[in-house]
Design a protein around this ligand. Structure first.
Ligand SMILES: [Zn+2]
Ligand SMILES: [Zn+2]
Length: 341
């Protein structure tokens, strides 16, 4: 089968090569990949900015159909339509694993990072990572389960949002647009903040239900927050852009005792006025990857039509045209770029 592989360490070294089809043993499950999304992490791996163990097939955001199961598999069968958590294994005994936070386990092995992933015709996963796609969720919507689960983790599990809260989402990329929709499903009043470059993305935010979508280079977000909150400030900031000025602005726009959650990655140290956190008595949280429960919530939200994931897909390319897809994803021309093996 054809697979998109990072063949060795260093910048680049992505190649479409011929690999043997994987054969499932024990609790392993062989899945035929339907759609697989390009993630920011894949782009970081191209530039060798994210730790990987090549040679590995890339891809960890996907949907597919089970075509074969190992002899110990009991919960799934051939023909099931599924998605998967991208943890292949973790130690299972450290305190993080015991708390269900295995994605933070130092011994975690991730599919598409340390093991062959989904940019191929077939991928192997272990039974405990697999989730059935609800019958009313199509395969393209389901392919975005993994990135949406990241947003579910940040918005629902790490932040504390109540109905009627004024929530600011900075950065209208895929994670920001998921976060906005999830916060809306919780009854929040949501302001999506972007810059002039995000014009199209801000339009999509409005279409997907954002109460306000602002270009902060042209519009006064401070004034809007003051009007909505009687000058108290926003209740929650979900920082999804990973841009340095957005952190400072987010802290400024928050009310005293507000909540700030960092979901976007900066990729480098940034400068902020940390003291403001004391003076405002803010609660500051970090959010990374997901939990098992975030996947379950994600599939429920998709099934109940509380979140539209398919609307974020702007491009679909055959796997052979991966270079084109990566270019568009990197230049942020679209939102979510999907490869079809
Ligand atoms: Zn991802
Ligand atoms: Zn562990």
């Amino acid at each position: 089968m054809k697979a998109l592989v990072k063949t060795r360490k260093g910048i680049g070294h992505f190649e479409l090569i011929e690999l043997d089809e994987p054969e499932p043993k024990g609790k392993e499950i062989k899945i035929k990949v339907e759609y697989a999304g390009i993630c920011g992490t894949d782009i970081h791996m191209y530039y060798d900015e994210f730790p990987t163990t090549p040679p590995i097939t890339l891809g960890h955001e996907f949907s597919g159909t089970i075509v074969d199961v190992g002899e110990e598999v009991t919960r799934f069968k051939v023909g099931d339509k599924v998605v998967a958590e991208n943890s292949w294994s973790a130690c299972g005994i450290c305190s993080l694993c015991r708390q269900g936070r295995d994605t933070l386990c130092p011994e975690r092995i991730a599919v598409g990072v340390n093991r062959n992933g989904a940019f191929a015709k077939y991928v192997l996963y272990k039974e405990h990572c697999i989730h059935l796609i609800p019958e009313n969720v199509d395969m393209l919507s389901a392919a975005l389960t993994e990135p949406m689960a990241c947003a579910v983790h940040g918005v629902i599990e790490r932040s504390c949002i109540h109905s009627g809260d004024v929530v600011i989402v900075s950065g209208p990329g895929p994670i920001g647009l998921f976060s906005m929709q999830i916060a809306k499903s919780m009854g929040a009043i949501v302001i999506v903040a972007g810059i002039s470059m995000d014009k199209k993305r801000l339009e999509i935010a409005k279409k997907l239900g954002a109460d306000y979508a602002l270009d902060i280079q042209k519009e006064d977000v401070n004034h809007l927050v003051n009007t909505l909150t009687n000058k108290e400030g926003a209740d929650v900031v979900l920082e999804c852009s990973g841009a340095e000025p957005a952190v400072d602005q987010g802290i400024h726009l928050l009310k005293k005792c507000g909540i700030f959650t960092q979901i976007g990655l900066h990729g480098k140290p940034i400068k902020i006025d940390f003291e403001k956190i004391c003076f405002k008595e803010l609660d500051v949280y970090g959010s990374l990857s997901q939990t098992n429960f975030a996947y379950k919530r994600t599939l429920t939200l998709l099934s109940e039509k509380k979140v539209n994931s398919k609307a974020l897909v702007t491009h679909i390319f055959p796997l052979e045209e991966w270079e084109k897809g990566f270019k568009i994803a990197e230049q942020k021309e679209g939102l979510k770029v999907i490869l079809k093996p």
